[in-house]
Design a protein around this ligand. Structure first.
Ligand SMILES: Nc1ncnc2c1ncn2[C@@H]1O[C@H](COP(=O)(O)OP(=O)(O)O)[C@@H](O)[C@H]1O
Ligand SMILES: [Mg+2]
Length: 248
């Protein structure tokens, strides 16, 4: 992990390091790491036991709540446990996975959706043997139709044969319809809430929208929660009845 060593002399280096510290397991604080592992365990209890390769979407109500950060870290902890994991950047409007991980953004999902073939080995990360990252590819003009298309379904079906878990970083529900359009193709959705940032009315709208679309909400992740002093009790209705998930 020498790539992520702190370099104090150069200001830009520092800021890009700080960005990376919020992703990638080994650079996270111990408590954050443990929380991602806890989410992994809880998801394993929540997901149907006999499903060959669960496909987990990660969304939220608005931008900036931590969907991409959560997707990266969660997929990493799943891989770290030994599972073969694919992280897909499904935010074809504002992709950020490739940037956060400093990998090329193309070829990627959009290229597969356009019918271009690719070897899955191309997407193997250099950090872990069994962690694969499919970036967005070149941004297409019609992400919503593409994500819900039969081509996407075929791609996911093929990938399900290869992987143990697939995690898809998606755009926010209240801004565009992409996350909802893919809903019938995935096993369930994680909703990211950012403490002191997510507006309760936006969260209500997001959950309502997901329920209307029959998406199985697997649970909420409270990102940036300050243990003990936090104000996340205002979101309590979304997790109180089941520590693993939102109110059904
Ligand atoms: N828990 C956190 N603490 C501090 N900064 C965070 C945290 N989670 C995310 N960020 C930062 O907030 C910004 C938005 O996060 P990101 O995961 O890209 O959100 P989204 O994908 O929901 O738009 C990024 O700069 C990210 O590094
Ligand atoms: Mg994002």
């Amino acid at each position: 992990m020498g790539l992520y060593k702190k370099k104090k002399r150069h200001k830009n280096f520092m800021s890009s390091n700080v960005e990376k510290m919020k992703t990638l397991h080994k650079n996270l604080e111990f408590t954050a790491t443990e929380q991602y592992k806890l989410i992994r365990t809880n998801l394993d209890f929540t997901l149907p036991e006999n499903e060959k390769c669960p496909v987990i979407g990660v969304t939220s109500s608005m931008r900036g709540e931590g969907k991409s950060t959560t997707s990266i870290n969660l997929s990493y902890v799943f891989a770290e446990k030994g599972s073969k994991v694919l992280l897909i950047d499904g935010d074809l409007r504002l992709p950020s996975v490739a940037k956060k991980l400093e990998i090329p953004s193309s070829p990627g999902l959009a290229d597969l959706l356009r019918g271009k073939g690719a070897q899955i080995s191309e997407f193997k990360s250099h950090l872990l043997e069994n962690w694969f990252v499919l970036p967005s590819g070149d941004i297409p003009p019609n992400p919503s139709e593409l994500l819900g298309s039969s081509r996407m379904e075929n791609i996911l079906n093929k990938l399900r044969e290869i992987f143990d878990y697939i995690i898809i970083d998606l755009p926010p529900v209240n801004i565009v319809s992409d996350a909802v359009s893919i809903s019938s193709l995935i096993s369930g959705m994680i909703v990211v809430i950012r403490e002191e940032y997510t507006e309760k009315k936006e969260l209500d709208r997001c959950i309502r929208q997901l329920k209307l679309s029959n998406v199985k909400v697997l649970g909420c992740v409270i990102n940036g929660a300050k243990s003990g002093t936090g104000t996340y009790s205002k979101y309590k209705n979304y997790y109180q009845t089941d520590p693993r998930g939102v109110r059904k």
